[in-house]
Ligand binder design. Sequence first.
Ligand code: ZN
Length: 147
Amino acid sequence: MSDLRDLYQQVILDHNRKPRNFRKIADANRTAEGYNPLCGDRITVEVRVEDGIVKDAAFQGAGCAISKAAASMMTASVIGKPETEVDALFRDVHAMLTGANGGPADVGKLAVFAGVREFPSRIKCATLAWHALQAALHGAGEPVSTE
Ligand code: ZN
């Protein structure tokens, strides 16, 4: 674990200690669970989408510092964004973490996860919440209705 210490930057540690949007959404209309068997991370992402806008996003579950920090920062970054922008951000984050397409244009604060690329076994921890969010938004998960 010692060589992972450099990876745990201050921002990631902070989000792990005090995860943002670590809660349930009473009127969520999309949800999906993500599981990363390599690490044991298990995260459920809930969102409330109205008129194509992600009005609210939250997560619950248990996992390593990276998976929790990634979910925390993801929910904070997508609230208020149109689904199309969220999809674009997912592609950029995925590109940053995997090096696909020569890397992303601009991921803002999420750039703190760029270091995860040096630790291939942790990439799935960082992308878990994003994959769950994609499943929730695009119906591959198990949508729930509060109607
Ligand atoms: Zn993990």
